[in-house]
Structure formats: C-alpha cells, structure tokens
Design a protein around this ligand. Structure first.
Ligand SMILES: C[S@@+](CC[C@H](N)C(=O)[O-])C[C@H]1O[C@@H](n2cnc3c(N)ncnc32)[C@H](O)[C@@H]1O
Length: 254
C-alpha cells in the first residue's frame, strides 16, 4: 500500500484496506462526511462580498454536501472532486434533483493530480484530514497554486491543545499557529466548532453507520472482525474528536 492509499484510509478513518469496498454502503445514509458547511458559510458571509466568488473548488468533496449548502445561498460555479466514484455519483444525482446541476460539477479525481494543474479558483475548500499534502504549511503552499490572486482558502483542521497528549497526524495548537503564521496566505477569520454540535452530529451518524454495519455482518459473516474493528475505531475517533481535539474552520486570503 502506498502513501496515497494510507492517506485515503486516514481521511475516512479506516484501519483496514478491506473495509474500503464497503464504505459507500456503510455511509449511504450520511450526506455530510466530516465538514460543517454552516461554519464555512458563516465565515464567507461575515467576511467576503459573495459576488466576488465566482468559482469554487472543493478538493475531497465527498458527496458534495458543502457545495450544495453554499449553492443555496450564493451564486457561483462549483467544482468538486473525490476519489470515491459512489460519492461523486450521489453528488451529481443530488444536484440534478435540486436543479443546481448547471452550477455544480462533481468529478471523480485524485487531489494530487488536480493540484498541479494551472486552473485557478476564487475559493478552494480543503479538509485537512490526512497527511496527503504534507503538514499544514506544505498543504497551504500547494493549495495556494489553485487560488486566484484575490482568492481565498477555507481550511478545516483539527488540533490538540498544547497541554494535552499529542494525537498522531494532528498538530498541537502552537505548531498549527506557527505553520499558519509562516504560510503564504493570511488568516482572515476562524471558527472553533461547538462540541455539543459535534456530539449531536456524531451520535446521529453513528446510529446510521451502526445499522449498516449490522447488515453487513449478516451478509458477510466471515468479515465480522473487520466490521467490528471499523465500528470500534469509529467510536474511539468520535470520543477523541469530542474530548481531545479542537476542530476548526479557517478562512485565509492571498
Ligand atoms: C472526511 S471526508 C470529507 C468530505 C466532505 N468534505 C464532507 O464533509 O462531506 C474526506 C474525503 O476526501 C476524499 N479523499 C481522500 N483522499 C483523496 C484523494 N487523494 N483525492 C480525492 N479525494 C480524496 C475521501 O474519499 C473523502 O470523501
């Protein structure tokens, strides 16, 4: 398994590669896969003249929940790419059903391939959920190539408080602030996620995920161990998110 594979598994909190093929089934009842679109819109609405945002790219868009939320509130051309074909199929179907398919375009693709292209957007959205683009500093350095001269980056990122135990793959607050500070983009504004809101979302998601895992266990009893490892890791991750991490959304400008 290469690094990109590992980063993909990390982005969806998967411990076993064998779990990958079941993920579209397990997550079929969820739409938002980790982002909180409401916070992204709040940052945009509080700080930017939305008329200036004509083209948005969501790298790792999942099922398109963020762009769809924004499309109800702003006029822009949205592009989303994700490596999971079933997520993209859902995103396109949903935008047809909601008559926003003339404004939103979702494609199967690898962020690593798109990031080197010379295409510029007024806003790029990225969830820092794996080491795919390196540390926060390197991630911003690469993403900024896709942002137009007066454009913006929305970065979702979790970190640990300096006095708490480190969590693998996450920066401590001090490190995060240092990396943001030396990056080529300027911080405009930020939102720290409300823990009660995260808890409510996690409880709801876990209810649906658990239901689908029980179905899988009945259909593929020989894979029970993998399914149980997945659900137990999912619960552990949620506990970490709710108790040990600070989740945040940052608006940065060129
Ligand atoms: C935590 S999910 C967030 C999705 C979306 N922001 C949301 O909240 O609905 C991360 C997404 O990144 C995608 N992903 C991971 N690695 C990728 C890559 N190399 N290229 C494209 N998408 C990738 C995953 O398939 C997954 O849908």
């Amino acid at each position: 398994m290469d690094n990109t594979d590992q980063d993909f598994l990390d982005s969806l909190d998967l411990l076993d590669k064998e779990m990958e093929k079941y993920i579209p089934f397990v997550l079929q009842d969820l739409w938002e896969l980790g982002s909180i679109p409401e916070y992204i819109y709040q940052l945009i609405d509080n700080n930017i003249d939305t008329k200036k945002i004509k083209k948005i790219m969501d790298f790792g868009c999942g099922k398109g929940a963020v762009l769809s939320y924004l499309a109800k509130r702003m006029e822009f051309q949205g592009f989303g790419i994700d490596i999971v074909p079933e997520f993209i199929e859902f995103a396109n179907r949903h935008s047809i059903e909601n008559s926003v398919n003339d404004r939103l375009n979702f494609s199967i693709g690898d962020i690593l391939e798109y990031i080197g292209r010379n295409e510029k957007y007024d806003m790029v959205i990225y969830g820092y959920d794996s080491g795919l683009l390196g540390d926060v500093y390197n991630t911003i350095s690469q993403l900024q190539n896709s942002i137009s001269d007066s454009g913006y980056l929305i970065l979702e990122i979790a970190f640990t408080l300096d006095e708490k135990e480190r969590i693998e793959g996450l920066p401590a607050k001090k490190e995060l602030l240092e990396q943001l500070d030396k990056s080529v983009l300027k911080t405009v504004d930020k939102i720290f996620w409300d823990t009660n809101k995260i808890r409510t979302i996690n409880n709801q998601n876990n209810h649906y995920i658990n239901k689908r895992i029980q179905e899988l266990k009945k259909t593929y009893p020989e894979q029970t161990q993998i399914f149980e490892r997945y659900i137990s890791n999912q619960m552990d991750e949620c506990k970490l998110i709710e108790n040990e991490m600070i989740c945040s959304t940052w608006l940065m400008s060129k």
